[in-house]
Design a binder for this molecule. Structure first.
Ligand SMILES: [Zn+2]
Length: 676
């Protein structure tokens, strides 16, 4: 709608209304100068009056003498004329005037909804956006925003492996593209401290380093990762930002962090101003009007950019299928109150360790009911410590006790905050439940609160931990309470609010699987973004955007790198594929010694198989392989004996054929042949 001319509207309205005013204008009679008013007596409240009922009538009369004079009566001789003389009262005259007013207002609406005429259509500047993680998946968020000469990386997150990625602890994005454009990168900017936004930082910084911009909590969380990875020196790259204060990054970017509510403290949306226009990236968000700390989403700054004209919006799609609004974080408080006020035994509460406000709400209730707080679990201890040290939450330190001190108190004087709400088998709660924790064992009087929801893929392990807790006799509060957990992501109505505030010309839904992004794109269209201006990206797709167009320009390498957490290093793809293959199909090992001269087996071969056939069948299988081997040796072409690799490959093929034909399996086959 760039063709609507704002000036045209405003001149029209002004000239019209000025004429009207002129016609109706009647000069006022000059006012008489007022007498200066006497100083007012101090106000009395009802309470004062009640208490001072001895007040004399005189005093009251004095008060009333200060009353304003009554309104003067209008002189009936000069009635005012309100009519617009130019409007004929018959025919269509007056209707036409209202129609005209309606049309002007309609244009004003269109203009306010579509401020893109403010974008610089003559610029040749453009922006390239490349997600390297976080699309077609949950987690692993990472995105590159580039101009001609410079690039910034937005978030460097990790994700979790599927169950069949044996021995893999975490997944990090493939950094190949970053290596290509390393010299262009001027900064890493961070939206918030969740693992799926900062978890891969140590792995990136082992390879390449840039200044890191973010608010204090996410930076400290990255700092603590750097400490764990023994790379503390990279804390020198931290640049703590001030929200609402745009800062220049490199030559091409001006970036502002805007406060946003989410399931972790100190989250931000980001405005990236470039010559091509402004990009707004929401990060993960919900719009909580009554957050625990009283700092709601900064909708005013978002609206400010919306009025200026936003080129492109990238927005969180995680909950795009959920209608309505996500409940406020405070919704859990009455549930906690109910549980704490009735529990006689210990309260053991578990949630995501990063959800500090959830933990804070539980601590508040515990203190109210005279319970000491015991925090167990490494990540929970670390995050609470960071939040308390930086000042995000404030509780008296002497109310916290160590795990070994729990026994000194009565059960109704204890609350334990712990990890394990996703059923992690290494977590403190899991160990308590199976009686393997050093200090705490679950007992029948315990009240467990699982203030969380299973992340897709974790349903099985959450169910398992609940079974263990119930078997130990404890009372478990989980899904039977509707407000025991609330999401940190925007539902449809909040996504709509974001779209309406920002009013982007182009819209790219991010964070979520394809179906989430697709649903979010429809919400975008419903909120006025033109269908042709919405695009669902995939990891590795590079999109170019300018005030005139948005298009996909190319694909870059993307994917996942497997990380073994105990060693903190990469596991190569083939290792994981071999592990998958062995787990699914089993393994066959053959060791044979053969005579080249007479093409016979020099000794009885050794055959061992695992995960393919049962022990009972094993000797038949060994016999089969021996027979195959004898036949194979007989038929080997003369030259092949000289090359053991070819020889072993040939044998592998023959054995594989047999296993497929007879057992419908593709086991890993490991032959070792000695030729004499
Ligand atoms: Zn998040």
């Amino acid at each position: 709608m760039e063709n609507i001319n704002k000036e045209e509207i405003s001149t029209e309205t002004t000239s019209e209304s000025t004429n009207q005013v002129k016609q109706n204008y009647k000069p006022r009679e000059p006012r008489q100068a007022r007498e200066p008013r006497a100083p007012r007596a101090p106000r009395t409240t009802n309470k004062d009056v009640k208490e001072n009922n001895t007040t004399s009538n005189d005093e009251i009369n004095n008060d009333s003498s200060d009353k304003k004079p009554e309104f003067k009566k209008r002189r009936p001789s000069k009635p005012r004329v309100f009519n617009n003389k130019n409007l004929p009262l018959s025919g269509d005259g007056w209707t036409n005037d209202l129609k005209k007013s309606y049309m002007i207002n309609e244009k004003i609406h269109k203009d306010r909804l579509n401020p893109h005429y403010k974008l610089n259509l003559n610029t040749s500047a453009k922006l390239r956006i490349t997600p390297l993680g976080g699309l077609n998946e949950i987690g692993g968020n990472m995105m590159v925003v580039e101009t001609e000469n410079e690039a910034i990386i937005v978030d460097v997150g990790m994700s979790f492996p599927d169950a069949d990625m044996h021995g893999v602890d975490i997944l990090i994005p493939d950094f190949t593209y970053l290596r290509e454009i390393k010299d262009k990168i001027v900064a890493v900017i961070i939206t918030h401290g969740h693992e799926d936004h900062i978890g891969a930082m140590p792995y990136l910084y082992k390879e390449m380093q840039f200044p890191i911009y973010g608010s204090p909590l996410p930076l400290e969380m990255i700092g603590s990762k750097f400490d764990e990875h023994k790379m503390r020196e990279h804390r020198a790259l931290f640049r703590a930002i001030n929200k609402r204060v745009p800062i220049k990054i490199g030559n091409d970017f001006e970036v502002e962090w805007m406060h946003i509510t989410h399931s972790i403290i100190d989250s931000s949306a980001i405005a990236i101003k470039t010559a091509a226009g402004t990009m707004i990236h929401t990060g993960d968000f919900k719009i909580d009007h009554t957050p625990y700390d009283g700092f709601p989403t900064d909708i005013h700054r978002l609206a400010h950019y919306g009025e200026e004209g936003v080129l492109v919006l990238t927005s969180d799609s995680t909950n795009s299928h959920t209608p309505g609004f996500t409940k406020t974080e405070k919704a859990v408080a009455p549930t906690f109150e109910r549980i704490f006020s009735t529990t006689k035994g210990r309260v053991i509460m578990s949630t995501f360790s990063s959800n500090i406000h959830r933990v804070a709400q539980a601590i508040e209730k515990a203190l109210k009911y005279g319970r000491k707080i015991c925090v167990i679990g490494r990540s929970m201890e670390k995050n609470l410590d960071i939040a308390m040290t930086l000042g995000y939450i404030k509780f008296p330190k002497d109310q916290f006790i160590e795990a070994h001190e729990v026994g000194k108190y009565n059960d109704n004087e204890i609350m334990i905050v712990t990890t394990g709400s996703q059923g992690e088998s290494m977590s403190a709660l899991y160990r308590m439940a199976i009686h393997e924790h050093r200090h705490i064992k679950i007992k029948p009087e315990d009240q467990i609160i699982l203030s969380s929801k299973a992340i897709p893929g974790n349903e099985g392990s959450v169910s398992e931990i609940i079974n263990h807790l119930l078997k130990a006799g404890a009372n478990v509060a989980y899904q039977d309470y509707s407000d025991i957990h609330v999401s940190g992501h925007a539902a449809q109505e909040e996504q709509k609010l974001m779209l309406r505030l920002v009013k982007p010309k182009f819209f790219l839904p991010v964070h979520g699987e394809y179906n989430h992004a697709l649903k979010h794109s429809q919400t975008g269209i419903d909120c006025g973004v033109l269908e042709r201006n919405v695009y669902i990206m995939a990891d590795g797709e590079q999109v170019e955007v300018s005030p005139k167009y948005l298009k996909k320009v190319r694909s870059v390498k993307s994917g996942k790198v497997y990380i073994d957490n105990t060693l903190n290093h990469k596991i190569s793809d083939d290792v994981v594929i071999d592990r998958q293959n062995m787990a699914k199909e089993g393994i066959v090992m053959i060791v044979a010694q053969i005579n080249e001269n007479d093409k016979t087996l020099a000794a009885k071969p050794k055959v061992a198989s695992f995960g393919l056939i049962s022990d009972k069948q094993d000797k038949f299988f060994v016999k089969e392989i021996e027979d195959i081997l004898a036949l194979f040796v007989e038929n080997v072409k003369p030259g092949v004996f000289k090359n053991s690799r070819i020889l072993e490959d040939e044998l592998r093929k023959v054995v594989r054929k047999h296993c497929i034909r007879k057992y419908k399996k593709y086991p890993m086959i490991v032959p070792t042949i000695f030729v004499q």
